[in-house]
Design a protein around this ligand. Structure first.
Ligand code: ADP
Ligand code: ADP
Length: 215
């Protein structure tokens, strides 16, 4: 089992009722869970807790069976915990390949190995051919695929995707989502928030957060 949330409760300061009340879920390695809920239901909040950016008021987060807290966040971010957001923020002037490999090269990994791993991951999300073009020359959908490859570069145990296709047109969004689910399938636990039912249905399990918990 790779990501486990147990009885997570969270309330924003100054609000009267918890936005999350006793939420438990497990995402085994190699599987995916989609969070579907209306805007404001607490998806981003729950993802932030799962990704060790925000401490719950009570309940626990475990990654690969080890209980973790926000104090572990800075060490695990980009390694055991990968993020994909709506906006991918590539280095515009660097190549697709560099954008995927750079986070690893910064840690002093062997350049040739890392570049070939980056190329493999870009292939896995459907980007082949010339990967030396600067990132700003890629379309929105291609850029998001580069972001997926970048997030997978460290083989994270947990991959958290917060509306990763929200800025794309419907058809592109679904293609990118298919690439994301495919590339993550091997050994990552994928937790994805989405508004799109077609995308949620690609996940192994769909969890719906009730907005009423927030009121
Ligand atoms: P989304 O559905 O895209 O997550 P939201 O409208 O829920 O957007 O929130 C947008 C941003 O504003 C979030 O980063 C959230 O943390 C922040 N935010 C939303 N409501 C409040 C609030 N009442 N006080 C402070 N920050 C808020
Ligand atoms: P979602 O991702 O499902 O749209 P969020 O987790 O962003 O929902 O937000 C859940 C609720 O918490 C929203 O009602 C939002 O307004 C509120 N909220 C988000 N951030 C803050 C904050 N920093 N302070 C107070 N309320 C917040």
């Amino acid at each position: 089992m790779s990501l486990a949330l147990d009885a997570i409760t969270f309330k924003y300061r100054g609000t009267t009722r918890p936005i999350l009340a006793e939420i438990s879920l497990e995402v085994p390695s190699g599987t995916s869970v989609a969070l579907m809920a209306p805007s404001g239901a607490g998806k981003s909040t729950l993802l932030s807790i799962a990704g060790l950016l925000l401490a719950p008021d009570s309940g626990s987060v475990a990654i690969n069976g080890t209980r973790r807290s926000v104090r572990d966040g800075p060490v695990l971010l980009g390694k055991e915990v990968g993020w994909i957001l709506q906006s991918v923020n590539l280095l515009a002037r660097r190549s697709a390949l560099d954008n995927v490999a750079l986070p690893r090269l910064a840690r002093g990994a062997r350049r040739r190995n890392e570049l070939s791993h980056a190329e493999e991951l870009l292939g896995a999300v459907g980007l082949h051919g010339d990967l030396q073009r600067p990132a700003r020359k890629y379309s929105g959908g291609e850029a998001q695929r580069i972001g997926v490859a970048r997030a997978l570069m460290s083989s994270p145990a947990v991959l958290i995707a917060d509306e990763p296709t929200a800025n794309l047109d419907l058809a592109t969004a679904r293609d990118v989502a298919r690439a994301l689910f495919g590339a993550a399938r091997e050994r990552t636990a994928l937790l994805i928030a989405t508004h799109d039912e077609a995308i949620a249905s690609m996940a192994d399990r769909v969890i719906t957060l009730e907005t009423s918990a927030a009121l």
